[in-house]
Design a protein. Structure first.
Lengths: 360, 296
């Protein structure tokens, strides 16, 4: 049985529909992420699971029990807040002991659990400090320890790393993955940061306008976006208007205005359908001269512009009649890499199954 | 040099103001408490001239008088009790009110705060006289109360010119001074803390006692200081509503200066009141400071 089953949840604020008929199933032990731009309904959904808000219709079942009948303080669900919401008048140890005190645990049990928790998050020597005396990363770990000390069935995390700087964020991402593996508690993680979502999650629900656009594993979300929104929101992507001219069993031929015909994998579209070709820049090969392999699309063009990023260089190549395609070239050659200049003639190619056709 | 000049230019006037109108008068009063009363009121000269030359004409008589009759200490204790009761009920009523304002929608908050301080816009004495009418034997309020008590065979009770009338009006007068610092504190609380407390298993009662209340302690201390200390010295309210039984230390001080014309004794009473208030507030601040150490 699924741990959490969400069925047709709707939440409106006046005229605005924040969550619009969302359904999903979350399995025990999963690291599940709700990903989307701000205002997509992900935080509202999280608040409804925690119990701070209730849906107008639909239901949520935890272990088969309807959550609507359980008060927020009685739910075996704890939350890590974006602002951490640590109690400023309590020490770190008192903060962590709070949920244990609330369920009237014995003194010995509290002491033992708090000690263990402090050790787990590597803050054993900080138990007597107040939250105001800790660094951002340490506060984050206290918030995690406090939310986990009661062993909830489900841990909700609301953009917990948003307030940290990039280096610390990467380190905390690794810690989160390890922590989740260790404790085996199901995490539901809310973020607007797609790299974070891809790095952390077992499964991702991409949300937009209160609806789930795609729910899948990170690699499937990235490699096979279901629609224009997902392709555009996750990573960078060339999105080129195209029309199906030949639809084969597995392959298809797309006609692109100003470029001509391009081969692509057929997701099941029929002839004459209009849509877009979604093509990741890192799947496009670029060079002064390229030998086109079998099953490859190959075009000649000129460097329109480029961005030197350090590890890679992003080239915007103009092919055909004013069609711009982004291609990514790793600066992996030893020594100082030669960079193509604006205006240089270049060739680009990509395998037919690197591009995805999206109708609509 | 120029920097110091600017600093003095800005802070000079208020410092001068306090020296002239607070420090010097206080010194004069301390001195007055050790002097003899003049024959027709006022003060006897500080220096007496006789055959052996000039010598100081000072005495501890006023302080001896204070401790010689328990009635003065009793008046102090009574004043203290009035102040404590007033502070207690102000806190009891102001806390829910401040919490209500702090938790209401932000567009209504300013209006609600305005309503709390609205009474300040009418004259203090007029408001006290209004209580005189309200508590008088002919008032609808008295009639209703006595009618209600009559059901149980109690009364009729007299309200005006009693300690009850004094404390009731003191609470009314001081209530805004408790509401405002409490509101200023409660309004700054992060609502996420209450969400977190609830999320971690705290029910409404626990959320209040474990989170809201301890975080509001600085506001409570400020409110107590603003209500308690002024009540110690107040004289207008007991003058008008207290009759003979509701008299407080402020009335005695006023009497000594204006009616008995014993300025040294009046000054001594004032000094005792100031020292007493300083000991109580200082002691409370010390206890509060020790408890609140490390709080952010």
């Amino acid at each position: 049985m699924a741990l959490l089953e969400i069925r047709n949840i709707v939440r409106r604020f006046g005229d605005f529909t924040a969550v619009d008929g969302v359904s999903m199933t979350i399995e025990a032990g999963e690291f599940f992420t709700l990903l989307g731009p701000s205002g997509c309904g992900k935080t509202t959904l999280l608040r409804m699971i925690a119990g701070f808000d209730s849906p107008q219709s639909g239901e949520m079942l935890l272990d088969g029990k309807d959550l609507a009948s359980i008060a927020p303080e009685k739910r075996p669900i704890h939350t890590v807040f974006q602002s951490y919401a640590l109690f400023p008048h309590m020490t770190v140890a008192e903060n962590i002991a709070f949920p244990l005190r609330m369920r009237k645990a014995g003194k010995d049990e509290i002491n033992e659990r708090v000690r263990q928790s402090l050790e787990d998050v590597r803050l054993a020597d900080r138990g007597g400090r107040y939250p105001g005396e800790l660094s951002g990363g340490q506060r984050q770990r206290v918030a995690l320890a406090r939310a986990l000390v009661n062993r909830p069935r489900l841990l909700l995390l609301d953009e917990p790393l948003a307030a940290l700087d990039m280096k610390l964020r990467e380190q905390m991402q690794l810690e989160l993955i390890n922590l989740q593996k260790e404790v085996g508690i199901t995490f539901i993680y809310v973020t607007h940061d797609q790299t974070e979502a891809l790095a952390l999650s077992h499964r991702i629900a991409v949300m937009n306008g209160g609806k789930v656009e795609q729910l899948d594993e990170p690699s499937r979300i990235y490699d096979s976006p279901k629609n224009r929104f997902v392709a555009d929101f996750i990573g960078t992507c060339n999105l080129i208007d195209a029309e199906v001219s030949v639809a084969g069993e597995e392959k298809m031929v797309l006609r692109i205005r100003g470029l001509g015909e391009v081969a692509a994998r057929n997701p099941g579209a029929s002839c004459g359908v209009e849509g877009i070709l979604a093509l990741r820049p890192e799947k496009v090969r670029i060079g002064a001269q390229l030998a086109p392999g079998p099953d490859e699309n190959h075009f000649k063009g000129r460097v329109h512009d480029f961005l030197y990023m350090g590890d890679v260089t992003v080239y915007i190549v103009e092919v055909g009649d004013g069609v711009h395609i982004e291609a990514l070239l790793p600066n992996s050659a030893a020594g100082r890499p030669r960079i193509l200049a604006v205006g240089d003639p270049v060739e680009i190619s990509w395998r037919y199954d690197a591009g995805t056709f999206l109708d609509g | 040099m120029a920097k110091n000049f600017g600093k003095w230019l800005i802070s000079g006037p208020p410092v001068l103001y306090l020296v002239v109108f607070f420090v010097i008068p206080t010194c004069i009063m301390v001195l007055a408490s050790f002097r003899y009363a003049g024959e027709y009121g006022g003060l006897a000269p500080v220096l007496l001239h006789d055959a052996s030359g000039a010598h100081l004409n000072l005495t501890l008589e006023s302080y001896q008088e204070f401790f010689s009759d328990f009635i003065y200490s009793w008046l102090f204790i009574k004043t203290l009790i009035y102040a404590l009761v007033t502070t207690f009920f102000c806190l009891l009523m102001a806390y829910p009110l401040a919490l209500l304002i702090a938790r209401s929608a932000s567009k209504y908050r300013d209006l609600l705060v305005l309503l709390v301080i609205l009474p300040f816009w009418s004259n203090f004495l007029i408001r006290i006289y209004a209580w005189m009418i309200l508590l008088g034997p002919q008032s609808a309020f008295s009639a209703a109360l006595n009618g209600f008590l009559g059901i149980f065979g109690v009364g009729p009770v007299r309200l005006l010119f009693t300690p009850f009338a004094v404390v009731l009006c003191l609470i009314y007068v001081q209530l805004p001074f408790m509401v405002l610092p409490l509101y200023a504190n409660l309004e700054k609380h992060d609502p996420a803390l209450l969400d977190a407390a609830q999320d971690l298993g705290a029910n409404g009662w626990q959320r209040f006692w474990r989170v809201t209340f301890p975080l509001s302690l600085p506001g409570i201390y400020a409110g107590i200081a603003l209500v308690f200390v002024p009540v110690l010295g107040i004289f207008a309210v007991p003058d008008i509503l207290g009759g003979t039984r509701g008299i407080m230390i402020g009335n005695l001080i006023k009497q000594e200066f204006l009616e008995a014309r014993d300025w040294p004794f009046g000054s001594a009473l004032s000094i005792m009141l100031t020292i007493g208030a300083m000991i109580i507030v200082g002691g409370a601040a010390l206890v509060a400071g020790r408890r609140g150490k490390g709080n952010v």
